[in-house]
Design a protein. Sequence first.
Length: 189
Amino acid sequence: MTTRIFQNRRVWQLTQAEFLTAACLIAAQEAEYAPAAVLGVARGGVPLAEVVAEQLGVPAVVIRARHNAPVGIQQAATGRVFLDHEHNDGALTELPAASPLLVVDDICGSGATLHAIAEMLTATVGPSGVRTAVLCRNEGSDYPLDSWGWDVADWVHFPWEPAPESGRLEALPPLTRLRSRPEAPRIRA
């Protein structure tokens, strides 16, 4: 498993305006892929899924998974991903089989959560493909994301989270383009 990197120099802050910019860039890039639905990993991926799904005119579906144990900055990942099968099985029954799906989250730390969800989708829904997009990717992750906004080596505070009690907040730089795997097209603002 990949090790997340924390330089402990700051806590990055994603502003609401930059969140919306990133969400619109992701939606524009994924429009050609034409996903049948956008699946947001609860909790942090749900706001992104809602905006991207609205932009694409497809349903947003909540997938519940947990990798980090407690809530708070710089908490160690557990190394295990817990999927809420009771909730997820119900949510997945609405998805058409053999259709492309887009899974989004706020951050890819190690990639363990996205990997577990992709395996679950393959086993239960049988999509024609699964693409992944996140707002931030920890520099220690080697998970093969399709697109992401920022590479980070410190904790990130997202607009829907309570303010952190400690750490120097520093705004993420303005996003002008998505980062993507070499074979994926890049979309500029």
